[in-house]
Design a protein around this ligand. Structure first.
Ligand SMILES: [Zn+2]
Length: 80
């Protein structure tokens, strides 16, 4: 029982405001239309552009990530 209360406490201090910061986003592959989840490096800036190969059809997608002040993430993609 003691262990349980310690765990609950540390979760509460990690997110004191019940924040909904996302650390992943999903985009639709421009070639096959699959929804692909990608991890986000929140320390890399609020606007990020990078190229990633679709794990389904292997086409290169250019991913545009935008992170707003509330930590919301929007991802769009286009074929390279
Ligand atoms: Zn694809």
């Amino acid at each position: 029982m003691q262990l349980t209360s310690i765990l609950a406490f540390s979760e509460a201090s990690a997110a004191p405001t019940g924040s909904t910061m996302q650390d992943e986003a999903s985009y639709l592959c421009g070639s096959c239309g699959e929804s692909i989840c990608v991890p986000i490096d929140l320390s890399a800036g609020s606007r990020q552009i990078y190229v990633e190969d679709c794990p389904v059809c292997c086409r290169a997608n250019v991913i545009h990530l935008e992170i707003d002040a509330q930590g919301g993430v929007s991802a769009t993609s286009e074929l390279e």
